[in-house]
Design a binder for this molecule. Structure first.
Ligand code: BGC
Length: 377
């Protein structure tokens, strides 16, 4: 009996070690990544149809070439944000109601694999704009994941990863933990070998990551997002905080010669406090320390991490400022060997020279600093 128990304990221990190394091994291969947005743009659909009609096949087919371009540009991974929630019923058993979006998702996955890219199937914006009651109950999310996992369970687990939920918000840490636990259990029952990408509450923030403890499943890559300094990366953004839509002229890094004007709408708001702390927040050493804290967490917990979103909105800053920001983040990620995905290939956060679809030279240099730093360490 004793030896049987000892054997079982050894088997369990070996399984844990093995599964650990599976997630680590897969994370190491992800390297440089890119978000391919479009299947997340639910707001292009009509609210009466609960956005179900947002995907246009003409837009989907345009994107086939993008996967080849992304691979050619040296990226190894694509993260595909997908609003699966738009295509499933709001009432139990939450069947799929429209096929078109799902078929488009299948094509994105196929095109990524054809180009030898790793692909993250990311359950993005399931809560829409938070105005649709019942969209993100645990029961519905579980039903959605059961269907998503069924759909993709026969893909290669070395290449295809499942991200449970992008940026959970307006949900307490323990509530998200409970929901994530249910989702992990659901996916595991269908797809035992696929690596899961899981982040924490508060919009997958870095601080939520480093405050959190692990889930029991060992085949997980933990994710976080890093849009710091926020008033640089989101100046001009209309979908975020008060004062940001009117904010422009934020240089990177802070500079005495380029003082930032505080818009009237930002007064007394978070945006104004960020303008005040910008000299410190845009400091390269501070940003390195932020990212290192995430890496330290991953080492302490012996789990891999992945930076799933970072980048800057292209509307207001100059390309040179955006490149300087990108270079600070990419070189830190390279030094720390953190696999990552830039937000985004062809939307308003793209890396292109303004008005072209060619990666700007200084952006190219910034991206390349990842590999340079990763190799020299
Ligand atoms: C959202 C995008 C947004 C980006 C930067 C993503 O998580 O889905 O709509 O542009 O973050 O704010």
């Amino acid at each position: 009996m004793k030896s049987l128990i000892a054997g079982l304990i050894l088997l369990l221990a070996l399984q844990t070690v093995f599964a650990h190394s599976v997630a680590h091994h897969r994370a190491e291969k992800m390297g440089l990544g890119m978000n391919v947005s479009y299947l997340d743009n639910y707001w292009n659909g009509s609210k009466e149809k609960r956005f179900a009609d947002f995907v246009k096949m003409s837009e989907v087919s345009k994107r086939r070439q993008m996967f080849a371009d992304i691979a050619k540009a040296g990226f190894k991974t694509v993260r595909v944000p997908i609003c699966f929630s738009a295509w499933a019923s709001l009432t139990a058993p939450y069947d799929w109601e429209t096929k078109e979006g799902l078929e488009a998702a299948d094509l994105f996955v196929k095109w990524a694999l054809e180009n030898n890219l790793h692909v993250i199937i990311d359950n993005h914006h399931p809560e829409f704009d938070n105005t649709i009651a019942g969209a993100v109950t645990t029961e519905r999310m579980v039903a959605l994941w059961k269907r998503i996992a069924e759909r993709y369970k026969n893909t290669d687990p070395e290449k295809v990863f499942f991200e449970l939920r992008n940026e959970p918000r307006d949900i307490k840490a323990d509530e998200w933990r409970a929901q994530a636990g249910a989702l992990i259990k659901t996916v595991r029952a269908v797809a035992p070998n696929h690596t899961l990408i899981v982040g924490f509450h508060d919009w997958n923030s870095r601080t939520a990551l480093i405050e959190s403890t692990l889930f029991a499943d060992s085949n997980i890559i933990y994710t976080f997002h890093y849009y710091d300094p926020f008033i640089f990366t989101h100046q001009g953004a209309t979908w975020s905080s008060e004062g940001l839509p009117e904010l422009k002229g934020v240089p990177f890094p802070w500079s005495k010669e380029r003082a930032i004007e505080t818009p009237a709408t930002a007064k007394g708001k978070w945006t104004e406090s960020l303008i005040k702390s910008y000299e410190k927040d845009s400091n390269a050493e501070k940003m390195f320390a932020d990212l290192k804290a995430a890496k330290d967490w991953s080492e302490k917990n012996k789990v891999p991490i992945f930076l799933g979103e970072f980048g800057s909105y292209g509307k207001n800053p100059t390309t040179e400022d955006r490149c300087r920001h990108a270079a600070v983040v990419y070189s830190a990620l390279g030094k720390l060997k953190i696999p990552n995905a830039w937000w985004e290939w062809d939307g308003s956060f793209n890396m292109f020279e303004k008005g072209t679809n060619r990666i700007a030279d200084c952006m190219r240099k910034a991206v390349d600093s990842y590999d340079v730093e990763a190799r020299t360490k």
